[in-house]
Every structure is written in C-alpha cells, then in structure tokens.
Design a protein around this ligand. Structure first.
Ligand SMILES: [Zn+2]
Length: 232
C-alpha cells in the first residue's frame, strides 16, 4: 500500500501553491497524494466574472492541476470567506481523513491574517483528534495520522518557523505548470503575483537547504518529541 500524503487547505490555490510541491514530490516517490480544499475560493472573482462562474473555473483548474501531478482532489463547498469553525465541518474533514487514511497531513499554519486559513488550521487539528478517537462513530473506522506539517504561505507568516526542508528539484517544473492551471496564478485577478512569489520562494528555500528547489515546512510543535535511548 502506498503511503498517503493529504494536503488540506482553505482555498484551492493555497493547496496547489503552498502544498503542491510536497504532493508532487510524494507522488514521484511512489506515494498517493490527495488535495482537499474546504471552499472553491469563489469570492476571489475579479469584477468581470461572477462568483458562481469563478467557483466553477476554480473547480476545473483544481481537477486539472491534480491530474497533472497524479493526485486526487476533494473539493468541499463551504462558502469562501465564511468557513465555519464548527464541529460539523471538523467531522466532514475527519470523514475524509478516515476515508483516505493519510500517514502525513499538511495544512495551514494558524498564524494567519485570513480567517478562513485560521479556521482551516483549527478544523484540521480537531479533525485529526476525531479521526483518532475510536469512540467517535462515523462511516469509516478510526485512523491515526502520524505526522502533521504546516505550509509556507505568504498569508500565514506570523511566527511561521520552518524546520523541515523537502527537496522538490525533480518535480519543480511539473508543480509550477500545475499551478498555472489557476486563473489567479500570474496575478490576473488581483495584485499578488503568486507565480513570482512561490517560484522564487522554492529557489530561496533551496538555497537555505542545499537543494535546487525546496519546500519549507513547519512541524507540529506538539509532535517534536524525539524518543531515543542514546544521544549518539
Ligand atoms: Zn487562501
């Protein structure tokens, strides 16, 4: 059975731009990659495109991008900018975790100015707790996620302290091409040039870690206990 990596984001762009490099690298190594977005990111629509139409464009882009990376994409449809921090949403994420059984999960760091990103961070924490809880009866049996990481996102920079650098040199081109499926990637819908930022960031993180291109991740502070019998 291939090891599964699940990337859970508030918006589809966050999933591809900040977690897609790790998914691409994981699939390249023989693993299974699953993206989850809690919304379609539909309210990022520019003035000349309706919110509904833009949501559909985001859905099409997400499925195309995932296919380019050999991954899967689950799109939940909470309203963009209004992701509820409610047990019902945490349980919806819990159900996907139990269904796909990822060993590793990547999601947003909580130090974000964006309320959807903050809520996604909190919902994933609760979802992993519920998934592990054997007394929590759901459609699928309990599943324990072994590792939780937080992604390097320009909107989640408050106290983000990366400690893990993943070499994505071999898959960087493929990942960047997949990101280009999104209508916002080149700054077409707003001021932010995602392509310049995230392609440069991968080079900069590569400089710091001795790789050509790298993704920086922050491990869960509560999961940083090393159990060893000797310090050698
Ligand atoms: Zn976002």
């Amino acid at each position: 059975m291939p090891v599964t990596l699940m990337a859970i984001a508030a918006h589809p762009g966050d999933a591809l731009f900040t977690m897609g490099g790790a998914i691409a690298q994981h699939v390249e190594g023989g693993g299974r990659g699953v993206f989850v977005s809690l919304t379609l990111g539909e309210k990022g629509a520019p003035a000349n495109i309706t919110v509904d139409r833009y949501g559909e464009m985001q859905r099409v882009a997400s499925l195309k991008a995932a296919k380019m990376l050999g991954a899967e994409f689950e799109l939940l449809t909470y309203p963009d900018a209004e992701i509820p921090f409610k047990d019902q949403a945490a349980l919806a994420v819990c159900d996907l975790v139990r269904q796909y059984k990822p060993e590793i999960v990547i999601t947003h760091w909580g130090g974000s100015w964006h309320k959807d990103h903050q809520n996604c961070h909190l919902l994933v924490r609760d979802a992993l707790f519920y998934s592990d809880l054997s007394a929590m009866n759901r459609k699928h049996p309990p599943h324990t996620v072994r590792k939780l990481f937080f992604a390097d996102n320009w909107e989640d920079a408050d106290n983000f302290k990366p400690d893990t650098y993943l070499d994505i040199t071999n898959v960087a081109d493929r990942w960047l091409k997949a990101c280009d499926a999104y209508p916002m990637w080149r700054g077409q819908t707003g001021f932010f040039r995602y392509n310049d930022y995230y392609s440069s960031l991968a080079v900069m993180r590569g400089c710091l870690s001795g790789f050509g291109h790298a993704i920086a991740l922050m491990s869960d502070p509560s999961g940083r206990v090393n159990r060893v019998e000797t310090l050698l």
